[in-house]
Write a protein that binds this ligand. Structure first.
Ligand SMILES: Nc1ncnc2c1ncn2[C@@H]1O[C@H](COP(=O)(O)OP(=O)(O)OP(=O)(O)O)[C@@H](O)[C@H]1O
Length: 338
């Protein structure tokens, strides 16, 4: 395994059990999250992006559990490799990992920020929960952190409440809180969906700054291929609980080999191509997770599908380099893209 892998996920199966029915929300997911790189997880609503994140954080909703597979955190220190999938969500070890080693940011900053305390107070609490640090030293580092996160007049902002911040500034404050213990991994679940494009661009710049200057491993969840093309070093495309294509951003975006990836790329406008672009949404909709089609889950929506596709789930095929695709018809699909 390459040195810079911080989290490796192997054959992860996370299921939901509701009314005696089982939803295989993750059905054998494997991926590596690497330091100093951004891995984008992309796919339509319900494909399993958030469940992947909450499995890694051991913050799964009720009625769901990790059924099979591994999530290993490679600490790089005397703790060695930590099997997260075996830890209890409320265990001391898991609580220490959360925040200190692996931090998460959300679409809505108020998920993480408490309205009744000042930003400075909340970040101090977070720091003191994980390390021995005096209030004075914490204040000093928080001022620097707020400045690093592009929050103007930090000595004033530190004593303000979340409601005194604009949406974009609140998002930065949440990122500052997530970064306060210098985590090795930052998991960001659609962090800019609610923000306007200018603020979105600033938050992306900030994430690139974290990656470069703190060597943070970033896992960024998005449904937007435009975001992927701007930020990703590595990409994993998910559909119905499986990764159906993955590789470096160049491999996946320049040579998409799964019809679903091609569909996602055709459904976004390309910068610089003007307003007369042929934007085509992917036809059909995702199947009912409790009543899945047999074989390839995308087959009912796929123009390349043949009878064989509905018989069994396609195996992973390794193309060039790290490029993986799960499609029987990938050769025809790749030709079609040329
Ligand atoms: N709390 C829950 N209770 C029951 N099923 C759930 C719950 N959360 C997620 N699921 C199911 O797990 C599957 C994966 O959902 P997940 O939230 O990971 O999708 P997603 O790709 O993050 O979608 P979105 O972009 O809408 O957030 C879906 O079939 C979803 O219905």
């Amino acid at each position: 395994m390459s040195d810079n892998v911080v989290i490796s996920v192997r054959n992860l199966k996370t299921y939901f059990y509701t009314n005696e029915r089982c939803n295989k929300a993750l059905n054998g997911v494997s991926m590596d999250i690497k330091s100093g790189k951004t891995l984008c997880i992309v796919g339509e609503s319900g494909c399993g992006k958030s469940v992947t994140a909450t499995s890694i954080m051991q913050l799964l909703p009720k009625l769901s559990r990790i059924e099979e597979g591994e999530i290993i955190y490679h600490s790089g220190d005397e703790r060695g490799d930590i099997p997260i999938h075996k830890l209890d969500r409320n265990s001391k070890e898991m609580r220490e990992l959360r925040g200190k080693d692996i931090a998460m940011i959300f679409q809505d900053p108020m998920t993480a920020l408490n309205p009744v305390y000042t930003i400075g107070w909340q970040i101090t609490e977070m720091m003191q929960a994980h390390e021995k640090i005096s209030k004075k030293d914490a204040r000093h580092s928080i001022l620097q952190l707020l400045k690093d996160m592009g929050i103007p007049v930090p000595h004033k902002r530190i004593d303000q409440y979340p409601h005194e911040f604009s949406g974009g500034m609140r998002q930065r404050a949440m990122i500052a809180m997530a970064m306060s213990c210098k985590p090795k991994v930052l998991i960001a679940d659609e962090p800019t969906t609610a923000l306007d494009v200018t603020i979105q661009a600033q938050i992306f710049e900030l994430m690139n700054h974290l990656k470069k200057n703190y060597n943070t491993a970033i896992m960024l969840i998005t449904h937007d291929m435009g975001v992927v093309s701007e930020l990703a070093d590595d990409v994993a495309v998910m559909y119905m609980g499986n990764i159906i294509e993955s590789g470096t951003a160049e491999e996946v975006l320049e040579h998409p080999s799964h019809p679903y990836t091609q569909g996602l790329l055709k459904s976004i406008p390309v910068l610089g191509k003007g307003s007369n672009q042929d934007i085509q949404p992917i036809k059909g909709s995702t199947p009912d997770p409790y009543n899945r089609p047999s074989g390839c889950q995308f087959a009912p929506r796929c123009e390349f599908a043949t009878e064989g596709c509905t018989k069994a789930m396609p195996d992973e095929v390794m193309l060039d380099g790290t490029h993986m695709v799960r499609c029987r018809r990938y050769q025809e699909v790749s030709k079609d893209d040329k």
